[in-house]
Design a protein. Structure first.
Length: 150
């Protein structure tokens, strides 16, 4: 093999290895091989339901924004946002900010998230009669836009 051909293959191999390590650095931790980034929407009819937006970060945390709405006729709503750790496809958000204990659990499944809420609407800072429990099917794997506050 001549010297220029050997240099070319060495350069090609180095280029491929550097691109592979760059793309791996942008993915969530190897402890969790799934990436939950996306938008999930639950439609309960009568304009009721919820929307969950998730960004899965390289350090295996989830930045999320959750909106839920009771629908007609009151259209009461609620929101929660934050950054939480994920382990074995499950994450939980907790707050006592509104006077009671609120816990929202996210269980990521193949193409949906099952959300469970412990605590009343008031405990979670939601409007009267608003709960975010339910199955939220995946609508998009694109990275959602979350506000700077979360």
């Amino acid at each position: 093999m001549n010297k220029s051909l050997l240099m070319f293959f060495s350069f090609l191999l180095c280029s491929i290895l550097s691109m592979t390590s760059f793309s791996l650095a942008e993915q969530p931790s190897q402890n969790n091989t799934k990436n939950f980034t996306g938008t999930y929407i639950m439609d309960l009819g009568n304009e009721a339901g919820g929307k969950l937006m998730v960004i899965h970060t390289p350090d295996n945390k989830l930045r999320f924004g959750l909106e839920c709405n009771r629908g007609a006729p009151s259209y009461n709503s609620g929101e929660a946002s934050g950054t939480i750790s994920v382990k074995d496809a499950t994450a939980a958000f907790s707050t006592t900010e509104f006077g009671g204990e609120c816990r929202i659990t996210f269980e990521f499944q193949r193409d949906r998230v099952v959300i469970s809420q412990t605590g009343s609407d008031a405990d979670c800072g939601f409007g009267f009669g608003v709960h975010c429990d339910g199955k939220y099917p995946l609508k998009s794997r694109e990275r959602p836009e979350l506000s700077d506050g979360e």
